[in-house]
Ligand binder design. Structure first.
Ligand code: KG4
Ligand code: ZN
Length: 364
């Protein structure tokens, strides 16, 4: 099992009346008995309130999601108490939407599965408290879910991937490389020693004030960097990828963030602009930081593949690398990983973007 960093410590008090109200809303019945077991998955570990109903063969019957990105973009990052409040405001509606779109009555569910760790304690608490009351009312089993394991296993909904396979999870809150040996059997090969790549890209985007850029104002930091990088020259600034000599599969992104921060401060002086205004060289900075990030991720992943192949932990001829998480939707980073998998004769698999980011399907 993976080692967890942040776990839910405090859970909100029972909202028994709310659960009764919630259950009263369901007076419809599909009329058709379901052939397979049905699981309701609930995800609230960070800034997405998500739910889905999936049957035991992997069919997605219905899903719903509420993203808090817009609110957190305005505050310049996730404020846990704000995230908690937004989860509270939306969870009932989202679960109801997932059930309604799947035409499943709560009584037809076989179980409720919910993320219990890792994540923001205040956010996790909302999903857990809601789910525990639901299973209490419905007299159904509760399945506690590890968020990272769910990310790692999602690919098996779409592709026939046998164990063992290698997984790289890169997002705003996660950065790890693990060998997946079974549904609950993970060997952690490497992790970020500081912040996650998405967090670093978000901080760089904020420092560049990309929210004020007409083409990027509604994009997440990482997406804005990818968009702007297309207009820039990655060699304009010489930003070295971190940990080039480290003989392990760990990652580090905070050094990169500080280097970029210094470049931005220097450029602001040279261009004679104030902090908060958009630099003329913003696209070159975006291209250089994206390039250094891609090189770093690709090199650490290359080491992990070689390590696993040498020790026969992965099949020498049939190895699979699964890449997921919000940062995995970056096509430049994907291209760098493709170069690595081609060179090592591995198959690269990425879930579609909507399954790369947090969602209820992966939990169900
Ligand atoms: O997986 P996710 O939705 O949420 C968690 O962090 O768990 O990932 C969000 C992160 C954000 O940091 C965002 O800036 C980054 O993924 N991201 C990207 C791209 N799209 C989203 N990073 C790089 N390139 C992208 N296209
Ligand atoms: Zn996640």
């Amino acid at each position: 099992m993976l080692i967890l960093s942040k776990t839910a410590g405090v859970f909100s008090k029972p909202a028994r009346r709310k659960t009764y109200e919630f259950l009263r809303i369901f007076n419809f019945h599909s009329g058709k008995p379901f052939l397979h077991k049905l699981v309701l998955g609930i995800e609230t570990s960070c800034d997405d309130t998500a739910a889905a109903v999936v049957d035991e063969t992997g069919n997605v019957l219905g899903e719903a999601i509420h993203s808090q990105t817009e609110v957190h973009l305005k505050t310049g990052g996730i404020v846990p108490s704000v995230a908690q409040q937004l989860h509270r405001e939306n969870i009932q509606r989202i679960v109801q939407e997932a059930l309604s779109s799947s035409k499943v009555c709560p009584s037809e569910l076989s179980a409720v599965a919910t993320t219990i760790k890792p994540g923001l304690a205040l956010s996790l608490g909302v999903g857990l408290s809601f789910s525990l009351h639901l299973v209490d009312q419905l007299k159904k089993p509760f399945i506690p879910i590890h968020h990272m394991e769910a990310h790692a296993l999602t690919i098996r909904l779409l592709n026939k991937v046998d164990f063992p396979f290698l997984v790289l999870l890169i997002s705003g809150g996660h950065c790890l490389l693990a060998l997946v040996r079974g549904v609950s059997d993970f060997l952690l090969l490497g992790k970020s020693l500081d912040i996650a790549p998405g967090d670093m890209l978000d901080k760089v985007a904020r420092r560049l004030s990309l929210i004020k850029h007409p083409e990027c104002s509604t994009m997440s930091g990482g997406k804005a960097i990818e968009h702007l990088a297309k207009q820039g020259n990655k060699l304009h600034f010489d930003i070295k990828p971190p940990m080039q000599r480290a003989k392990n599969c760990d990652f580090s992104f905070s050094g990169l963030q500080h280097v970029v921060d210094r470049i931005i401060t220097q450029k602001e002086k040279e261009e004679g602009i104030q902090k908060g205004e958009i630099l003329a060289s913003a696209a070159h900075i975006a291209a250089a930081v994206q390039h250094a990030t891609a090189c770093h991720i690709a090199k650490r992943t290359h080491r992990a593949i070689l390590f696993c192949k040498q020790r026969r932990l992965l099949s020498p001829s049939n190895a699979v690398l699964v890449v997921s998480g919000g940062v995995a939707s970056n096509l430049y980073i994907r291209k760098a990983l493709e170069i690595v998998t081609n060179a090592t004769e591995c198959t690269l698999l990425c879930p579609p973007p909507r399954l790369c980011t947090d969602n209820g399907i992966m939990i169900a």
